[in-house]
Ligand binder design. Structure first.
Ligand code: HOZ
Length: 426
């Protein structure tokens, strides 16, 4: 019989660290990763047959739950017409039209196969458009694994102590300037030092890779103003937050309009996808219309487009976001109540269908505050929750994800598990 341990041993012989994405290896929490056999609705089952209420949601895409019949059916139907063409298909236009309708500043879209590619390509476009080399990002923000962006990054890079990855040439890294999230003065100082050199500011408008950090009032308005003043493009990385914190993403919640937006996760409904978009005047700088090259064999893949369209149909239905957000808020309120009951230094917050829990007394507003968490206690809490059948992202610096498939009964079961787990680690 397969066990998680035997599968991890087997994988470790042929896959680096036994995984294909570092954060899955459980290094930040210790122990053996669960090998997933199947997933449906709000649940995943591992190879030992154990069921988990899933708050990983494949790191964000599964907003309607796993294996939603409408999404599966759309994928099946698309598959009967071919898996990949390497030529245009109408579903690319359909999905681009949907994105343009929801994000007012997006007039044109380019699809990629991952969020990494979307962020990487958006930066190349910004550099080509402004004819400048430097980019500005924030410590603890993560935008995938492009070289320029693996400087003081979040997510697994942060959790494993390699926020600035080996293998990134120093000559490239020196073009990446790093400021502090929610600290406008740190951004202003960099613009003053490099007034004519910064091509773009790239930011997760609601940070989700140093756990969930909300922007301080006025922070993004300030970024918008600085970018406009210094002629840099403002790029919102909405790979995580787009179609998740609200249908119109974090920019709808915050009320600030970036120049470019990067997307992924939800728009592929669980299939590999990414996209970026903005005004035609900027986007048309890209090949085949302009000098900035960008391409991809599987970009706009028909199966991914079909899954994305079916997912957007479901989440655009009246009441979907309201119900999901209210349930997620109830979960978070219950977690905070459990912290008070047990006296454990613990708290949680949510925005739409995205949430975070922290080994802190109050939700953090900065990278430094997130770093002050009691990581050892988080590890013990994490494994208690797993034993209780609740699957959270295996790291203290990741947000967690809610879906339309999570029921009130799932929330009640989760809260009972939270109470017992907090009591156990008190
Ligand atoms: N964007 C995810 C971490 N925040 C990464 C998912 C993965 O590496 O599997």
């Amino acid at each position: 019989m397969k066990t998680n341990l035997s599968e991890f041993d087997r994988a470790g012989r042929v896959l680096v660290g036994g995984v294909n994405s570092a954060v899955r290896a459980f290094r930040a929490v210790g122990g053996t990763p669960r090998f997933i056999d199947r997933a449906e609705g709000a649940y995943m089952w591992d190879v030992e047959g154990r069921r988990y209420i899933d708050y990983l949601g494949s790191w964000g895409p599964m907003i309607v739950g796993h294996s939603h019949p409408a999404v599966v059916s759309a994928v099946q139907q698309a598959a009967t017409r071919g898996l990949s063409y390497g030529a245009p298909n109408s579903m690319e236009t359909d999905l681009a039209e949907r994105i343009c309708a929801l994000f007012p500043q997006v007039e044109k879209v380019r699809f990629t196969s991952s969020g990494t590619e979307a962020a990487m390509s958006a930066i190349r476009l910004a550099r080509g458009y402004t004819k400048r080399d430097k980019i500005l990002k924030f410590e603890g923000c993560y935008h995938g694994t492009a070289d320029s962006l693996l400087v003081k990054a979040g997510s697994g890079a942060l959790a494993f102590g390699t926020p600035s990855s080996a293998g990134v040439p120093a000559d490239l890294a020196r073009h990446t300037l790093v400021a502090q999230f929610n600290d406008l003065a740190s951004v202003q100082a960099l613009f003053e030092q490099h007034p004519d050199d910064i091509a773009c500011v790239m930011v997760e408008p609601i940070a989700g890779n140093m756990n969930l950090i909300m922007p301080a009032p006025g922070f993004h308005q300030g970024l918008r103003e600085l970018c406009t003043r210094y002629g840099a493009l403002l790029i919102f990385d909405e790979v995580m937050t787009g179609f998740r914190v609200a249908l119109g993403g974090a920019q709808q919640v915050i009320g600030v309009t970036p120049d470019l937006s990067a997307f992924g996760k939800v728009i592929g409904g669980g299939m590999p996808v990414g996209a970026f978009g903005g005004p035609a005047a900027v986007m048309d700088m890209m090949a085949p219309l302009g000098p900035v090259y960008q391409a991809g064999t599987l970009s706009g893949n028909p199966i991914a487009m079909a899954a994305g369209l079916a997912t957007l149909d479901l989440i655009a239905a009246p009441g979907f976001f309201e119900t999901m957000s209210a349930r997620c808020a109830r979960l978070v309120a219950g977690m905070n109540e459990a912290a008070r009951e047990t006296g454990v230094t613990f708290c949680a917050r949510s925005e739409g269908g995205m949430a975070g829990c922290f080994m802190l007394a109050t939700p953090p507003n900065s990278f430094a505050e997130v770093q002050a968490q009691d990581v050892e206690r988080f590890k013990r809490f994490y494994h208690r929750m797993l034993d209780e059948g609740v699957y959270l992202p295996p790291s203290p610096v990741e947000a967690f994800f809610f879906s339309g498939a999570h029921s009130d009964a799932d929330i009640d079961a989760t809260l009972a598990a939270v109470r017992r787990s907090l009591a156990a680690v008190a």
